[in-house]
Design a protein around this ligand. Structure first.
Ligand SMILES: Cc1cc2nc3c(=O)[nH]c(=O)nc-3n(C[C@H](O)[C@H](O)[C@H](O)COP(=O)(O)O)c2cc1C
Length: 329
């Protein structure tokens, strides 16, 4: 476990939890790009850990710290057990998902639907906090369906703060639980950044990170300069990790120097070797590397070489070196 104050500092910038995207291979590369940024796991459901015993879902590399485990669930007892497993695995923070609208998650009655049950969320947070020493945080929306964010969001924040949740990330749009796919729910409900800034004014002691539609470090800095405590970036960090994370340490934290994505690609080679020797496949790692040079000359060739050839039997680090010739050749 990393010191709590260090996690709070790291939370100035974070990479969002994203199912199927922010797996351990992706996070390992993100960590090479930025030493400081807080990284989130994909959502792991409490039932999978507690009832299903799927402890392999908690595996990560020690280099990934500072790292937060995001849990999905709605049962305080089960979430407390899952949080305990997460803390034992060494995660620096346990985060509760109150923002994910997918059907599968709704059928388990957790994720964004929890915006309708702030008392239950408070019970969940309280149980998790009782169970672990690491920080318990929440990621939420500004409301769901017909809810009026100006009413429900302050009430939600008030209730989780009352049970000791000190840090929250707000995805600055509603989720529509019926009629929109999870993907549409990330684009169609309009962004309302102002309400998030207003929440910071109304809850000055709460550490508030803003999320949704942030596509550059400059945009993140604008929110920080206006007084928010953190900015969380999802899709842009995944698709353009070089742009978003390369300069994060000097620009957001005032530490270190810009990293070089070419160097990062090379630093991935020993990691890939280890993954392959453990029985893994090259594309499981390289699929997260496709955007590393987005916008740079040769980026298309890099992508094409990796995406077309990384599935071949025997594909390994040599393919990454070959693809790199398009960039660094
Ligand atoms: C592929 C994908 C998977 C996601 N999975 C999760 C998840 O597991 N938990 C969660 O809280 N949000 C999830 N999200 C939402 C993101 O964390 C984030 O809130 C959303 O993408 C808005 O931020 P952005 O505009 O910077 O991408 C996911 C988003 C994407 C694109």
């Amino acid at each position: 476990m990393t010191d709590k104050s260090l996690i709070t500092k790291a939370a100035r910038l974070s990479v969002a939890p994203m199912m199927d995207w922010t797996d351990r291979h992706c996070r390992y590369m993100h960590r090479l790009l930025s030493r400081e940024t807080l990284l989130y796991t994909e959502m792991v459901t409490a039932p999978a850990l507690v009832r299903g015993g799927a402890l392999h879902l908690l595996a990560y590399s020690p280099e990934e710290h500072p790292i937060a485990l995001q849990l999905g669930g709605a049962d305080p007892v089960e979430l407390a057990q899952a949080a305990t497993l997460g803390a034992e695995a060494g995660y620096d923070e346990i985060n509760l998902n109150c923002g994910c609208p997918s059907d599968r998650v709704q059928s388990g009655a957790f994720g964004a639907i929890l915006m309708q049950s702030p008392d239950l969320v408070a019970d969940c947070v309280a149980a998790m906090r009782d169970a672990v020493d690491v920080e318990v945080t929440v990621k939420c929306r500004i409301g769901v369906d017909e809810q009026e964010p100006q009413q429900v969001l302050p009430d939600f924040l008030d209730k989780i703060r009352a049970v000791g949740c000190n840090r929250v990330t707000i995805h600055a749009r509603k989720a529509w639980l019926q009629g929109l796919s999870p993907k549409e729910n990330r684009d169609i409900p309009p962004l309302d950044y102002e309400i998030v800034h207003q929440m910071k004014a109304d809850f000055p002691d709460l550490h508030i990170s803003i999320n949704g539609g942030i596509t550059s470090l400059d945009e993140a800095k604008t929110h920080l300069d206006r007084g928010l405590d953190g900015a969380m970036i999802g899709r842009s960090a995944y698709h353009q990790p070089g742009d978003i994370l390369r300069a994060a340490d000097p620009e957001i934290y005032g530490t270190g120097v810009e990293t070089d994505p070419i160097e990062v690609a090379r630093q991935m080679l020993p990691y890939i070797e280890r993954h392959l020797s453990g029985g893994g496949r090259l594309h499981q790692v390289t699929r997260h590397m496709l955007g590393l040079f987005a916008g740079r000359p040769g980026a298309r060739q890099w992508r094409r070489t990796l995406s077309e050839e990384s599935h071949y039997d025997g594909a390994g680090p040599a393919l990454v070196e070959k693809a790199l010739l398009a960039i660094a050749g």
